[in-house]
Design a protein. Structure first.
Length: 120
């Protein structure tokens, strides 16, 4: 069942308007790097270097920024182990898993249709 913006607003108030927190969340999770980092973490826990390799083309600065943002949003958990050398792992939180259950169908659609869309 397809739901329209008007129907969402009818149920939830004036969401997705200028200054609404929904726009901030959309920016975080629907940015190119946000989607790719979240997608990589659907495969399980990753260390920093693994994420850098999995999310090809992301700079260290952008990966750090994206992970901090997603962690602050409660979508990604950062676990630091007191070892030498230090080990840090990243994984999806329960909220992150819930988000990705909904986002994966969109990502699958994009993967299936991208070639045809770009070829036009």
């Amino acid at each position: 069942m397809v739901v329209s913006l008007a129907q969402i607003r009818e149920r939830s108030g004036e969401v997705f308007t200028e200054g609404c927190p929904t726009r901030v969340v959309l920016d975080h999770i629907m940015s190119k790097w946000g989607v790719l980092v979240l997608l990589a973490l659907t495969d399980g826990t990753h260390r920093w270097g693994e994420l850098r390799r999995e999310v090809e083309g992301i700079s260290e600065k952008m990966l750090a920024s994206t992970l901090r943002t997603l962690e602050a949003d409660g979508l990604v958990a950062r676990t630091s182990y007191p070892e030498v050398p230090p080990r840090v792992e990243y994984s999806l939180t329960e909220r992150g898993h819930e988000l990705m259950e909904r986002m994966l169908p969109l990502v699958e659609w994009v993967a299936r249709e991208a070639g045809d869309i770009v070829a036009r």
